[in-house]
Structures are given as structure tokens and as C-alpha cells.
Design a protein around this ligand. Sequence first.
Ligand SMILES: NC(=O)c1ccc[n+]([C@@H]2O[C@H](COP(=O)([O-])OP(=O)(O)OC[C@H]3O[C@@H](n4cnc5c(N)ncnc54)[C@H](O)[C@@H]3O)[C@@H](O)[C@H]2O)c1
Length: 336
Amino acid sequence: MKILITGGAGYIGSTIGSALEDRGHETVVLDSLVVGHRALARNRPFYEGDIADGQLLARIFGEHPDIECAVHCAALISVPESVEHPYDYYVNNVGKTLELFRNLDDLGCRKLVFSSSASVYGEAPGFLVDESAALAPESPYARTKMIVEMLMEDMCKTGDVRGISLRYFNPVGADPELRSGPHGKATGQVLGMLVDVAMGRRPVFNITGTDWPTRDGTGVRDYIHVWDLAQAHVKAIEGFDRVFELAGDRSQGHVVINLGTGLGVTVKELVDAFEKAIGHEIAKADAPPRPGDTAGAYVSGDLAERLLGWRATLSVQQAIVDALRWSKVREEILGD
Ligand SMILES: NC(=O)c1ccc[n+]([C@@H]2O[C@H](COP(=O)([O-])OP(=O)(O)OC[C@H]3O[C@@H](n4cnc5c(N)ncnc54)[C@H](O)[C@@H]3O)[C@@H](O)[C@H]2O)c1
């Protein structure tokens, strides 16, 4: 199958590209490089431009009329930045997505997989959330994700389009074959920051938020290996029709699925696991939460297993090892 990946020069989109290619699929990348890195798209057909550029999309589909499905990863993703620049986030993540979806519909691409986020959830008892948990996004970034899900829900009800929104928990690690990994540009990714401190590229790791009502006061997260996450997309795309058969009529063309491991790990526990992996302590300091931060959550339930036939298999320790391996080749691959 041929699949369009928006944001395919980013951390997650590029890893999804490799996972799909390993299964014999072809991918086409659309990315403005506002954040992503050209090298991460490797030798895939690459279109540099904006998701809202209708002419560019028409060209892409003119040159690849056999694209059957779009994975929409392109977005601005920094929570603190979204608090500072909400307008930019709404324009980029919501306004431009509206344009993208309208153009995809016009071009006959009616299978959508959307990169959503667990940040759409509010505080949950015991930090466990399933797909029916209340939504109460805390930041403009998280609200853009919720709004796009709502948009998909409404569009899909018309019956023209079908969509799967995958709510990622906390992606970490790198492609085990080191074809992609964190590019380190303003993502604020926790494991990336730990690696940077260990490599001397950052002086200290700030544990942002030490007073949350968790077992050690630091935020609780569900760290999912990015390669597991990518495999879930492969399942969603290959089993697209089956997902809707299994979900039944109530889905009305739009299905939401959490992607996590089901294991809650606090930031302090992650730091401990990281220090164990590298064999020494790193410089770290307690700091206040960043704007838009939450105590966090982890996955409860098994909808992903039921609908996608997918379950996370890689441990957080493996993610740490792969992130460290990636950090040694990153400069060479990305050239910066
Ligand atoms: N990384 C995480 O922790 C995380 C967690 C939950 C959800 N997500 C979602 O997963 C998706 C991918 O995240 P990522 O970590 O790979 O981020 P990333 O920043 O590495 O990748 C996003 C890509 O989108 C591109 N992009 C942004 N706006 C664009 C536009 N208007 N037109 C074309 N390209 C554009 C960027 O250049 C970048 O390459 C995002 O939608 C994000 O919200 C990420």
C-alpha cells in the first residue's frame, strides 16, 4: 500500500515510515521542515511544504495517485511553547489540519490516521485512563489535539471519510536499527534531555514538578518505545477496515485508541533507570512544573489489543539503550 505521512521528517513520522517500509509498504513524505529534519525522511519521495498547501497536495496525488491512506503526524508539539504562542498552535495544528483534511477528501484519500495525544485527558483517579476517561486538556497544544479529534468525529459521521485517532502516551527511544530517533530540536523530550546531560550537551536535568500527588512527587508517565508506537500504526493501516468492523456501528467512522504500555513510571524512576543504564549519576535538580504540565497518566484497558491486535513489547530500559545508541550516530546522520 502507498501511504502519505505528513510530518514524516519528524521523530515519530520518520519512524513510522521505516516500520511501514519494513512491511513492504511505500511511503511519501510531506513536511515543511519547520522542525523536522530532511535526513530523517531518508530516500522516501519527499515534498517540502505546508500541509495547508492545496496545490502541493494536488501535485503529490498527481504523482502518486495510488496513495490510499494518510498518517497525519505534522504538528507543533511543545507544550510550553503553545502556552506562550497559542495562536500559532491553533493556526498550525487546527487551521492547517482543516485545510489538509478538506484537500485529502477532494483528492479521494479517505482513510486517516491521526497522531493524537494522551495530553487530552484530565486528571484521572489513580492516573489510569481508558478511552472513555473525561477529556480536560490543560494546554493549548493539548486542546489543538482534542479539537482535531472532534473535527474528525464530525467529518467521519458523514460517511465519506474514516479516521483512527491514536492517543500516544510518552514516546521515547529510537528505531532499533538507528534509521531515526529524536532530532533534539525543541521537543523537550525527557529521555532526549537525559541523554544530552549524559553527553555534556546540557548542564543539568531539571525534574520539572516534584509536588504532584504521585508516589515520589514527580509526574507519572507511560513511556512507550517509539518502535512499538510505529508498529501500532502499521497494524492500524493494514487492519484499517477490520478496526471499524470490530468497533461496530457505534464508531460512526471514527475510532479513538490509546497507545501506551499500561505501566506508570515516574520521572524520578526514569532518571534512576537511566543512571543505572549509563553506570553513573547525572547532574539533576528539582524545578517547578513547566506551564501546561500535568501529573500525568498511564493506559488502562486493552482496546489497542482488541482492535489493532497490538500490544507494546519493548521496555523502558530498551528505550534508554536505543536512545543512547542513537545519540552516538545522530550528529553523523543529521549533520548538526
Ligand atoms: N513526541 C511526543 O512526545 C508526542 C506525544 C504525543 C503525540 N505526539 C504527536 O505525534 C506527532 C509527531 O510528533 P513528533 O514527536 O514526531 O514531532 P516532530 O516535531 O519531530 O515532528 C513533527 C513534524 O511536523 C512538521 N510540521 C509541523 N507543522 C507542519 C506544517 N504545517 N506543514 C508541514 N509539516 C509540518 C515538522 O517539521 C516536523 O517534522 C505530532 O502530531 C505530535 O503532536 C507526539
